[in-house]
Design a protein around this ligand. Structure first.
Ligand SMILES: [Zn+2]
Length: 77
């Protein structure tokens, strides 16, 4: 995938999250946005989440504006 496609993909995902924040929550451990269906975070295996729509929207905007700083396994070490 080209970097520009990746960027577009992130913006599209962020938009989807902002349109339906009730379907998402923010991991307190690594600040990933995950769907409310997950019990533990797929990234850091944390189980504490902030489910407030305000926090989800703020985090989605933050991630969309920082395309270079995706969370990789290296970031977690
Ligand atoms: Zn996490």
């Amino acid at each position: 995938m080209k970097p520009s496609d990746h960027l577009k993909d992130r913006a599209a995902r962020a938009r989807k999250i902002i349109e339906a924040p009730q379907n998402f929550k923010v991991c307190e451990g690594c600040e990933s946005i995950v769907t409310t269906r997950v019990v533990t975070c797929p990234n850091c295996h944390g189980y504490r989440f902030d489910e407030s729509p305000e926090r989800v929207i703020a985090q989605a905007n933050l991630l969309a504006s920082r395309p270079q700083q995706s969370v990789t396994s290296e970031d977690l070490e």
